[in-house]
Design a binder for this molecule. Structure first.
Ligand code: GDP
Length: 297
């Protein structure tokens, strides 16, 4: 299970302090030291850990805790609040364009789960928001990727726009949007090309699509299993494309949690969704508070 090690350690730390009728600065010091180690071991970015611990410390020795009747529990609440804030606080919504269709561009490295997430997101928009999306195959370098999207379209019984591997991605995107207008598809989800590593050619192509198409959302799909790499990837994509949100995939695996806990702080972009399995209905809106509760037990 994801976050297992982190959850175990934090819950152990919490147990020690929960029942305390009095919490001394020494208790807070010990608790924050353990929380710090647990977070670092879960591969959370060290700068993020430093800031988080400073905030927890400040609040934990402050009035709200020291003057509380249940200081032990109050300390835990502080840790939970701060973990929630770290992951973005409020749950963040998906954009709706003033004029239909709303255009979402999916970006990310190969293997992160971009194409699968494109299908999952379309399914989510239809099921939860009663929308009628068009999927667009803009990965012109890999015929297998186009095929994969077409298969997803068939499984979902949703239209897929493709011009094969010969056309230019900007043209494909523009023609897809024109078709969506004609056929009353209210969302257009563009599956772009991925590479094994962040590279200039890829970024240039994505920037061209962005400049021309002006998407309402740019979602970066990252694999939560890759830990700090996921955070670095998110930083580069955000610098180059000014993404609007992140989808964290493979949270059903045994990820240590570093990516989930660092990405918002490092990029200042919200985690919008979490991939919880390979199936098309295994995408969940990301709720920072629920995630913090899951980690703290
Ligand atoms: P792309 O290269 O980024 O388009 O990646 P794909 O969509 O082809 O996904 C790569 C692999 O990751 C596939 O085997 C997917 O089934 C798998 N995958 C994607 N999302 C998830 C997820 O949330 N959980 C799990 N367990 N597997 C996922």
């Amino acid at each position: 299970m994801a976050f297992e090690g982190l959850a175990d350690r934090l819950q152990g730390t919490i147990k020690k302090i929960t029942g305390k009728g009095k919490v001394s600065e020494q208790d807070v010091k010990e608790m924050t030291r353990e929380v710090r180690l647990a977070l670092l071991e879960a591969d959370v970015n060290f700068k993020v850990v430093k800031q988080l611990i400073a905030r927890i410390k400040e609040r934990a020795v402050g009035q709200e805790v020291m003057e509380s009747l249940t200081p032990g529990q109050q300390v835990i609440k502080v840790v939970k609040d701060e973990l929630t804030n770290l992951m973005g606080g409020e749950q963040s919504k998906i954009a709706v364009a003033d004029r239909s269709p709303t255009v979402i561009m999916m970006v990310g490295l190969q293997g992160a789960g971009k194409t699968t997430t494109t299908g999952k997101l379309a399914n989510h928009l239809r099921k939860k928001h009663n929308r009628n999306p068009l999927l667009v195959a803009c990965d012109v370098y890999r015929p297998a990727a186009i095929q994969q999207l077409e298969t997803l379209g068939t499984q979902l019984d949703m239209p897929v726009f493709s011009l094969g591997t010969e056309a230019n991605p900007v043209d494909i995107a523009n023609q897809a949007i024109a078709q969506a207008k004609e056929n009353h598809n209210d969302y257009v989800i563009i599956d772009t090309a991925g590479r094994l590593h962040v590279d200039e050619n890829l970024m240039e192509e994505l920037q061209k699509i962005k400049t021309d198409v002006k998407p309402d959302e740019i979602f970066l799909v990252v694999d939560s299993m890759t830990g700090q790499d996921a955070v670095n990837v998110a930083e580069s994509f955000n610098e180059q494309l000014d993404i609007t949100g992140v989808v964290l995939t493979k949270l059903d695996g045994d990820t240590r949690g570093g990516a989930a806990l660092s990405i918002k702080a490092v990029t200042d972009k919200p985690i919008k969704f979490a991939g919880m399995g390979e199936k098309l209905d295994q995408l969940e809106a990301f709720h920072p508070e629920r995630m913090a509760s899951r980690i703290l037990g």
